[in-house]
Ligand binder design. Structure first.
Ligand code: PEP
Length: 247
């Protein structure tokens, strides 16, 4: 059986001094038997790569340009991230979709750029509360996932990680019931099963107010392969405990 994957999303947080303290504690505390990574702001990639050099913890970024090298002022492309040693790149986080107007198609192009650079896109999908209340969870997920068909090719789809993150659960302290989470994770799994041979090999994560106290129950769900952790990934003890719950 594959080990669980737990990825921290620092969002726009961190400092040169604080990162070192946090990562030293995480690197020494995360148990063997869980795949762990942290996705950090761009300016910290070099520092984080150096701190984690001799650890089993991977790292990555929280976004990427859909473009390559060239006249794209302010953009950071996938080749650059790969050069810094990134393994994972979060794409389509709901904060980017809502605050920066990223469309499903943009997210798919970013995922393709990450794959082209031999890294792993962590594609975030999930519904708003209004969409859930309107009974649209499956149709929202279907639309967000279908855009990934433009990534093209079963071997490329097999290289994706998908994080189901209901927008209303992110940073709010609210989590869906385990049944609601399993329903969504199972839907994502079925989407892959319709397209690739080994859908079980794809990592399907849950994200949204995961804490040490609820992690074990969420990670134990049949279609859960781990979690994407926001706020709690900034607190060493909490993040380590979440990782321990995934073993
Ligand atoms: C996230 O930012 O991806 C996230 C899941 O945040 P939080 O854990 O704080 O809800």
């Amino acid at each position: 059986m594959k080990s669980s994957l737990v990825i921290g999303n620092w969002k726009s947080n961190g400092s040169l001094s604080g990162n070192r303290v946090l990562l030293d504690a995480v690197a020494s505390g995360v148990p063997a038997g869980v795949r762990c990574a942290v996705c950090v702001p761009y300016p910290y990639l070099a520092q984080v790569g150096e701190i984690l050099e001799d650890s089993a913890i991977a790292f990555g970024s929280q976004d990427v340009s859909e473009y390559g090298y060239g006249a794209y002022t302010g953009e950071v492309n996938a080749e650059m991230l790969a050069e810094f040693g990134c393994r994972f790149v979060i794409v389509g986080h709901s904060e980017r979709r809502s605050l920066f107007d990223e469309s499903d198609e943009t997210v798919a192009r970013k995922a393709g750029a990450v794959l082209d650079a031999n890294m792993v896109p962590v594609v975030c999908v999930g519904e708003t509360l209004a969409q859930r209340d309107a009974g649209e969870v499956h149709s929202v997920l279907q639309q967000q996932l279908d855009a990934l068909d433009t990534v093209r090719g079963a071997s490329r789809l097999a290289g994706l990680v998908v994080a189901y993150e209901p927008v209303w659960a992110i940073g709010t302290g609210r989590t869906p019931t385990p049944e609601q989470v399993q329903d969504a994770l199972g839907f994502v799994r079925a989407w892959f099963a319709a397209r690739i041979d080994d859908a079980d090999a794809v990592d399907v994560l849950y994200g949204g107010s995961v804490k040490a106290g609820n992690a074990a129950e969420l990670f134990a769900l049949p279609d859960s392969d781990g979690g994407l952790i926001g706020g709690a990934s900034l607190v060493a003890d909490e993040f380590v405990a979440i990782c321990a719950a995934a073993v």
